[in-house]
Design a protein around this ligand. Structure first.
Ligand SMILES: [Zn+2]
Length: 185
């Protein structure tokens, strides 16, 4: 199997982290992993903890921005975000259920604590969760820059406290009233 990423290497059978079966490119060191291989390894080793990343850093990461072709079928693979915290995306071939990880991406997944969920990354539920997280992160950033960090932390705390009170409707009315001591309704 030829590498569709660097187009110079050959994908040779390997064991990713010495754990489960995959293929590694002889040139760019990217990894090709079939979801079924990963899942069957997980099923057979439910207790196994994936090791911590070794000497990992962002700049060691290759991330192909362009569309990649599936090394098996030659069709265009889909890109999937892996978490709301990182812009990096993995490539997935829906045709054969295979994931392409550029060099360093497996370490990235480990450092984000999601390597054990590799098979879930390419599901609808995971992608929806990322979109929701990204949206709420964006709102948090907007509030923070609007109110200032200290005020935002304070108002957030008040809000949480308020929402936990059984009399929250009355408390909110009191808080928002122009003059809560005025006799005029
Ligand atoms: Zn390659």
């Amino acid at each position: 199997m030829n590498c569709t990423s660097c187009k110079n290497g050959v994908l040779r059978p390997s064991f990713i982290d010495g754990l489960f079966r995959g293929h590694t490119c002889t040139n760019c060191e990217g990894n090709w992993i079939l979801i079924e291989d990963f899942v069957s390894w997980k099923e057979q080793n439910p207790e196994h903890q994936i090791p911590e990343p070794t000497e990992w850093s962002e700049d060691k990461l290759d991330d192909t921005a362009s569309a990649l072709l599936c090394p098996v079928t030659g069709t265009i693979m889909r890109k999937f975000k892996v978490s709301a915290k990182t812009p990096h995306r993995v490539d997935y071939s829906t045709a054969v259920g295979g994931i392409w990880l550029d060099k360093g991406e497996w370490e990235l997944l480990k450092s984000e604590g999601i390597a054990g969920s590799l098979n879930n990354l390419v599901t609808q539920q995971w992608q929806t969760k990322i979109r929701e997280e990204s949206a709420s992160n964006t709102f948090a950033e907007i509030y923070q820059s609007k109110f200032g960090t200290d005020n935002y932390a304070k108002i957030k705390e008040i809000r949480e406290w308020l929402n936990a009170q059984p009399q929250k409707a009355d408390l909110r009315a009191y808080l928002l009233a122009e003059n809560p001591y005025s006799a005029i309704e």
